[in-house]
Design a protein around this ligand. Sequence first.
Ligand code: FAD
Length: 450
Amino acid sequence: NPLKIVVVGSVAAGTSVAAKARRNTETAQITVYERGDEISYSGCGLPYYVGGDVEQIRALTPRSPAWFKARYDVDIRTGHEVVSVDARARRVTVKDLAGGETFQDTYDELVLATGVAPVVPPIPGVGLPGVFTVRTPSDAAAIRGWIEERKVTRAVVVGAGYIGLEMAEQLAHRGLAVTVVEALDHAMARMDADMSARVDAELRKHDVDLRLATRVTAINGAPRAVTGVTVAGPDGEASVEAGLVIAAVGVRPNVDLALQAGARVGQTGAVAVDRVGRTSVDHVWAVGDVAESFHLITGRPTWVPLGSTANKTGRVAGDAITGGRLEHRGILGTSIVRVFDLAVAQTGLTQTQAEAAGYDVEVLHNIKPDRPEYLGGKSMVIKAVADRATGRLLGAQAIGPSGVDKRIDVLATAITFGADVADLFHLDLAYSPTYATTKDPVHYTGMALD
Ligand code: FAD
């Protein structure tokens, strides 16, 4: 009998499993169940549809089930929710959400690519029309429709993580007056405070009303639409008017099916897996945002739900299930976000995280232009942290108007291969005044201890 693979979830990780498995074997029977209507979309592009830079929502969902059938002979069944797993019988129960009927399907290998759900903050009024989370193309379409139909001019974004900030930037780009409310005392609070303070300043420079150390205590509105929020912060209680509220306070992994199958969930709250994506239950795998990864520096389980990792872990599991030898090598949590005129990026451990992990930390700071000033170079700040005992680089953060993407990726690559601080100076990096300086900002990081 052909190998029968059942995948649950059809966005980044689930489709990667299916595509890689098919590349390895022509005979496997591959079925993907997806409870939503949208598949294989770019969640990362959603803020730019809301902002208008992406004109058509279709551009973010370029692939249909018919495309996967024709290209990979994979059956993707949208509108089908897997409601339970019987791991001993290797059987799933599936509900056809349109028709309402339920049926069973069997598997040889089951892959959970169930992703995350946005956290809906337990604030009175959170259910009012005009309050949205951002996860799917339908969410983005509903937000843009709401703004256009109601001619919304003021928005509140709750949460100043990267999704909140991308939404704030894009709403401002559309001409809305934007208030960002953040419970912690900086935006991008996962970075070190000296770096995230620059993000706060950038938001304010672009007229975002940034309320730090502040909580939304109520979302107000007539029954049919939100009219604003009540906030409590250092200056007491206040109300902020808004015709749109975006809740971007984090995400939670969809672990229900994994728990039901008996799979172990780690301390991070995501499903514990080995280096190929096997859970603690035979023939049950977990990939993408629902699964843990492990940190390249600490070796410990970590959970940083990102599309970059979801695509890799999906491919690795698809390979392993069909006899391949790929292994996931862990992550640094490398990420980058544009906040108005700044690119804000990080990789590996921050100073705070490195100290919490027990390292005696050496901090390396430099502020250098990405190109010569005669060709429009602008300063970027790089803060790197290293282990004082060995000189090994542990992480880096970079913020600046241009060239940050390249530097963070060079630093991530160096850290991946175990570089120490001095190694950075010796990297043979490309130089022309149109792209870099003779000694690059990365080289200066490597010279910081001289
Ligand atoms: P998901 O995309 O969450 O997909 C899981 C799917 O499983 C869902 O469609 C769900 O309906 C389905 N499902 C769940 N349970 C069941 C069930 N029982 N039965 C059937 N189907 C089920 N990442 C980056 O790396 N860089 C970025 O710049 C970036 N920007 C982002 C911006 C936004 C606004 C958002 C929302 C996300 C962004 N991401 C970014 C994150 C990225 O989109 C995710 O990491 C990626 O989508 C994870 O893919 P996944 O397949 O693991 O999970």
